[in-house]
Design a protein around this ligand. Structure first.
Ligand code: SAM
Ligand code: SF4
Length: 327
């Protein structure tokens, strides 16, 4: 079992399988001039499988596959097949922009991979295309509806972006009237590869809730797991639910159970911290897993207590893009 220096059990890994993406969401990365890693600086599928076996042996029982866009990797299903057969791994989840998932939906179902988070930050096509800088709206919408109707546990991640999509908050929430889906509203964080910087936000979780309550006062809070980053609600009579994620306000650090491994192998124990070591290098240095385990244990043994503490200690973390960290 992995336990950090603040006595928090770490059982959840967010694994970024690539830093590449076919969209260019303006809150995540600049439109061009992005320094994607060379192919040899990314994990091979065999390395991802080996790493997954190592962390599962250490007590990780939930792995979320993220990126970049995970499905730009043509060999992603090879990893997912291995993960779905791995003893001790109870939950495999994916975060995706849903542009490329279509051909894989049936196999995901067969593999028992049910939890899919989709980023969709606008219900208006024009706004969506402005934010993502690409014209993939129809396929994303179609795939989301397909995933919901085929019985996946779908959560839509919507970042409240001042001046861009806040008019879409209610129309996006309206999807939950008739669909069993959870729409989660996130605060914007300043991890965007340096394309913009800010130290405060106007649309924090409290304002988002006020905005929703102004239209739908008849909502109530749902019970959530202690380690959940979202505060979850339901509007009476609606099929689905909604959540608020204080990603900028960081009210949830105290119960954080997660570890991140970036697309290039950096081990990140807090979004607001710098990597303490690189597991891709470690994996390539040795055929024995013990050394890799040691790196992981060492990183977990010196975690910041909160994102605010980490932010004070480390400079320039905001030059990172979420496309490498994985969100
Ligand atoms: N491409 C996939 C997607 O968009 O869902 C997976 C990778 S993406 C980096 C993972 C998550 O990070 C998404 O839910 C996205 O909305 C979130 N994210 C990216 N940049 C962010 C930012 N600046 N602030 C808050 N969340 C961000
Ligand atoms: Fe790509 Fe996801 Fe970043 Fe959008 S949020 S640019 S889909 S990695």
């Amino acid at each position: 079992m992995l336990v950090d220096n603040h006595n928090r059990t770490i059982n959840y890994l967010r694994l970024a399988v690539t830093d590449r993406c076919n969209l260019r969401c303006n809150y995540c990365m600049p439109s061009e001039g992005i320094n994607f890693a060379n192919n040899d600086k990314l994990f091979s599928i065999e390395e991802l499988i080996r790493l997954s076996k190592i962390v599962v042996a250490q007590g990780i029982n939930k792995i979320r596959i993220t990126g970049g866009e995970p499905f730009v990797r043509k060999d992603l299903m090879v990893l997912l097949r291995e993960l779905s057969a791995m003893n001790g791994l109870e939950d495999i989840s994916i975060t995706t922009n849903a542009t490329l998932i279509g051909p894989y939906i049936s196999e995901l179902k067969t593999l028992g991979i049910k939890n899919i988070n989709v980023s969709m930050d606008a219900i208006s096509k024009a706004t969506f295309e402005k934010i993502t800088r690409r014209n993939q709206y129809d396929v994303v919408y179609e795939n989301i509806i397909r995933l919901i109707t085929e019985g996946f546990n779908v959560r839509i991640n919507f970042i409240a972006l001042e001046g861009q999509n806040t008019d879409d908050i209610i129309p996006m929430l309206d999807l939950t009237k008739h669909y069993d889906v959870c729409v989660r509203f996130l605060e914007e964080m300043p991890f965007n590869g340096g394309s913009k910087s800010f130290t405060t936000i106007n649309w924090d979780y409290k304002r988002i809730l006020e905005h929703i309550a102004g239209v739908y006062p008849d909502y109530y809070q749902l019970e959530s797991p202690k380690t959940s980053t979202s505060i979850n609600y339901k509007i009476s009579g609606f099929e689905g639910s909604f959540g608020l994620i204080p990603s900028f306000s960081r009210t949830f650090c105290g119960s954080c159970n997660r570890l991140r491994i970036s697309a290039t192998g950096d081990i990140i124990t807090c979004l607001y911290a710098k990597a303490s070591s690189n597991l891709l290098t470690a994996l390539r240095e040795t055929d024995t897993d013990e050394k890799v385990k040691e790196y992981i244990e060492k990183a977990i043994g010196s975690r910041a207590k909160t994102g605010f503490e980490a932010q004070k200690k480390y400079k320039n973390v905001f030059s990172n893009s979420m496309t490498s960290i994985g969100g």
